[in-house]
Design a binder for this molecule. Structure first.
Ligand code: C5P
Length: 220
């Protein structure tokens, strides 16, 4: 069975989450949603009342919160100080603030250290599929397979607005804003040199997962 680390990077709406969870399910591997960790950290910052413009206050709020996340691809559960925040972290308030919190270097250092601990615990047991923006380049540069998922901007917005029931134009504008903000820190729209790029604009999710399973088998 699978051992090791698969990095899946790409922007929102690229199909990252669905592909990563299904890939982990097919391999019997764990799954780590690093975006959910940045979202939970953002929820903790908003709860604390810290100003998003004050990096020291943002860092202190993240540091004071106990974030936990499960790695079961069929049941991801995120908690802050024991409180489930799975619904809250997908809402508009957190989504609007997450790029600012993720841009604080001390926040990234803390979350990346936590991500590496989770990855190291799974690497030689179940293996793990890790999704995010900087997994192949920064968090797990030694990953066994690095995947970069893309889709064209209209299709990404269409997927997101179906998920959130928000208007298409507003969603596309919001994704664009977040891509621009995230680009100052990570490379949401750019593949690592050693990543396999898969465009999901026209492909059904299952076809993408099958392609990745073939790529993985070819590597062994
Ligand atoms: O993937 P998702 O849309 O849930 O990510 C939410 C936000 O978390 C991104 O817009 C980005 O600001 C941040 N993020 C990050 N690095 C990661 C994953 C997410 O900076 N590895």
């Amino acid at each position: 069975s699978f051992r090791g680390v698969i990095a899946v990077d790409g922007p929102s709406g690229s199909g990252k989450s669905t592909v990563s969870k299904r890939l982990a399910g097919a391999l019997g591997a764990g799954y780590l949603d690093t975006g959910a960790m940045y979202r939970a950290a953002t929820w903790a910052v908003l709860r604390s009342g810290a100003a998003l413009t004050d990096p020291a206050a943002v860092t202190a709020a993240v540091h004071a919160a106990e974030l936990t996340i499960t790695t079961d691809p069929t049941a991801v559960a995120v908690r802050v100080d024991g409180q489930p925040v799975d619904a809250e972290i997908r809402g508009e308030t957190v989504t609007a603030a997450v790029s600012a919190v993720s841009a604080v270097p001390a926040v990234r250092a803390e979350l990346i250290a936590a991500q590496r601990r989770i990855i190291d615990a799974a690497r030689d047991t179940t293996g793990i599929v890790v999704e995010g923006r900087d997994i192949g380049a920064v968090v797990a540069p030694d990953a066994d397979l690095k995947v970069f998922l893309t889709a064209d901007a209209t299709e990404r917005a269409r997927r997101r607005s179906t998920e959130n029931a928000t208007a298409l134009a507003a969603t596309q504008a919001d994704l664009h804003r977040r891509d621009q903000a995230d680009s100052k820190v990570t490379k949401p729209l750019e593949a690592a040199a050693d990543a396999v790029t898969v465009d999901t604009t026209h492909d059904p999710i299952d076809a993408v997962v099958d392609r990745l399973l073939v790529l993985l088998a070819e590597r062994d």
